[in-house]
Design a protein around this ligand. Structure first.
Ligand code: ZN
Length: 366
């Protein structure tokens, strides 16, 4: 080996070389390999750089693997939590959907009941009860109006109950916590701790929904019963003589014993007399069939209507009749014009209600 020295040539490139001689022992030619010092320097530098890079890569790889393992574990946990929550959400969604259907049915029932409550029969009955100008009728309309008020009260109470329970559940701490919890990002250190709490909240919401469901079902049943009762009441009211045959007349004689208008002691008056202008309308007090339209002795020109359940009404002293026998009339329909035919002292309608052929006080129905 030889070594060239070129000291003092700072700017000159290093052209030194090593010669590697391979001397075979079998007398063959010597093989000389010349290696520039520059090449050795580059090689050493390259090896150093590669070593540093590889060391960095290995450290980075190990860190990455460690992080990936931690992430994998957390991901597995999150997937489990997610899956469990999805299941619970599906269950809650199912319950909510069922509840929604129940609420829809309740709303339909509610509007049906309100429709019945707003029917002409019920309105007429209510207005009839509050009419003030019949002496002695105090308290007689009571039961009917009381029943209606109670039905209206029950229906609105029922809906209020459902609304209250729903409000309570929606405002419950559990639901609030659950709602905020659902969108809260999960921290990496909470492994296994969030699950049970969420599960408990979901379970409480589920139980609250079950309660609400039961309440809704009970209310639906109750409202359905109310609806049936109202339909029956409505039908009954339609054929009950509950409105006045002349709506703005004045009661001049009531039912019962009275001083005779003919000045001959006292007599029993089997109806009520309502006076108004000659020719003012006389209307049917309830739905029914006209069974008589013509002259009846002292009643003059009269109409008799059969309403069913043994109830008939008679309207006397008319000037003109507007219906004929066999005709079906509705409550409030014009049947005659007021007059003073028969035994009468002035234009009025003698209104009589008979139950099984016995005259009863018409005020009992008004
Ligand atoms: Zn009379």
């Amino acid at each position: 080996m030889s070594r060239d020295k070129q000291a003092g040539k700072f700017a000159k490139p290093d052209n030194r070389e090593y010669t590697l001689m391979l001397v075979p022992h079998q007398g063959e030619a010597v093989v000389k390999i010349r290696i520039p010092v520059k090449a050795i320097k580059y090689s050493v530098a390259t090896v150093c750089v590669v070593t540093i890079l590889m060391t960095g890569a290995i450290i980075n790889y190990r860190h990455t693997v460690k992080t990936a393992n931690a992430d994998k574990s957390e991901l597995k946990h999150l997937r489990e939590v997610n899956s469990s929550q999805n299941e619970q959400i599906e269950q809650l969604a199912g319950k909510t959907a069922k509840l929604q259907q129940d609420m829809t049915r309740l709303n339909v029932l509610d509007s049906e009941i309100r429709k019945i409550l707003n029917s002409d029969e019920l309105k007429a009955s209510r207005s009839g009860v509050t009419r003030p100008n019949l002496p002695g009728h105090d308290g007689q309309g009571g039961p009917v109006i009381q029943a209606q008020t109670s039905v209206i009260g029950s229906a609105s109470d029922t809906l209020q109950d459902v609304a209250n329970v729903r409000e309570k559940i929606l405002n419950s701490d559990e639901l609030k916590a659950s709602r905020s919890g659902a969108i809260r990002p999960t921290s990496s250190g909470h492994d296994g701790q969030g699950g049970p709490a969420i599960h408990a909240q979901a379970s409480e919401i589920g139980s609250a929904l079950d309660t609400l469901q039961n309440v809704a079902e009970m209310r639906e049943k109750s409202l359905a019963e109310l609806k049936l009762a109202l339909i029956e009441l409505n039908a009954q009211l339609a054929v009950t003589p509950s409105i006045w045959p002349n709506d703005d007349g004045v009661v001049t004689s009531r039912f019962g014993w009275r001083q005779s208008p003919w000045g001959m002691g006292s007599d029993f008056h089997p109806g009520i007399d309502i006076a108004n202008d000659y020719g003012s309308p006389v209307v049917a007090a309830a739905d029914g069939e006209v069974i008589y339209s013509g002259w009846i002795g002292g009643y003059g020109k009269a109409v008799e209507i059969r309403h069913g359940h043994g109830i008939n009404t008679i309207y006397g002293h008319n000037s003109e009749l507007a219906v004929s026998v066999g005709q079906y009339v509705k409550k409030g329909q014009l049947i005659a014009y007021m007059g003073s035919t028969g035994n009468s002292t002035g234009p009025h309608v003698h209104y009589e209600v008979r139950v099984n052929d016995t005259a009863v006080n018409p005020a009992n129905f008004l």
